[in-house]
Write a protein that binds this ligand. Sequence first.
Ligand SMILES: *Cc1c(COP(=O)(O)O)cnc(C)c1O
Length: 368
Amino acid sequence: MTAPGPRLRRALEGIPSYKPGRSATSATGRPTYKLSSNEYPFPPPPELVDAVRRAAETINRYPDLTSGRLVAKLSERLGVPTSHLAVGTGSVALLYHLLHAVCEPGDEVIYAWRSFEAYPVAAQVAGATRIEVPLTPDARLDLDAMAERVTDRTRAILVCTPNNPTGPVVHHDELAAFLARVPTDVLVLVDEAYLEFVRDPNAADALALYREHPNVCLLRTFSKAYCLANLRVGYAIAHEPVADALRACAPPFAVSSLAEEAALAALACEDVLLAAVERLVEERRRVAVALREYGFDVPATEANFVWLPLGDEAEVFAAACEAEGVIVRTFAGDGCRISIGEQKANDLVLEVAARWASSRGLSSRDHR
Ligand SMILES: *Cc1c(COP(=O)(O)O)cnc(C)c1O
């Protein structure tokens, strides 16, 4: 007989686990491409690697508690006070801290579904009740439906724009109308992980809306366009009470000086990184246009990925990609999210898609 182990919080029962995108492992010796995690697909610029090497000289010392140099740099670039900024180990960590800061057990967190896989986990870890609001038929956030779900228990609403994994952005007028409707004591988190990939002129200017609304908090990251997924660094922009609460909920010294120096170096060589982002945006257009020509129903995407709503065939499509050396992200029974990568990788995806379309008799008649 074994004695019972420590009692765990009831909120953790049945918690969904976060499933990372699979890594590319080559059994065949042929190149494989990881298009499953929306990463920056090119090698890091040497400036970034050098910054990390230099920072490695001081790994015996604790980092700067506040990431002060990075905060100062962001403050200057964004035109927001340093007191409105909080740096953390990726924007997902910031999300966890913020939900801890606002949720009592049984409070409600609203988000769209399907959206980012981390949301249900973060909401449940915070002890909150998850309120999932279906996307519209064209895979966009339904902000009206989300606003209708607000109750006295609602403490946070998560707005992912562009939405991972489907791709569309929230438009400015939609977000402004939504914020006018949501009570000001509800935290609205705008997750802008893919901001640098957005080209739609009607996309929400969330930074402008944060300036007008004390309940808005933006989450941004160095993990995608800024090439630093492995170093874990992101930041939140929020009015002081929210930013203070976030800092209070974060463990001290979480952001290493390797991460801080790399983020500063990434901002310093932004022209190189954003030129790569521009190439990815062009590739995104090429891939989306081709997929629609083959007859796939691809939602408008403003991120570094495309969504294929394949339903029950998602896993079969992913296996066909894998046979060609491309790992995509599968949401069983729903669809595949395919990151935009190097041109060669994107070409392989299109080859698989073209064969798939002709074998299933997809028609390109009504593509736009
Ligand atoms: C990738 C991603 C993030 C970034 O996470 P980090 O913790 O900063 O690496 C945040 N939100 C969404 C929707 C994402 O897809």
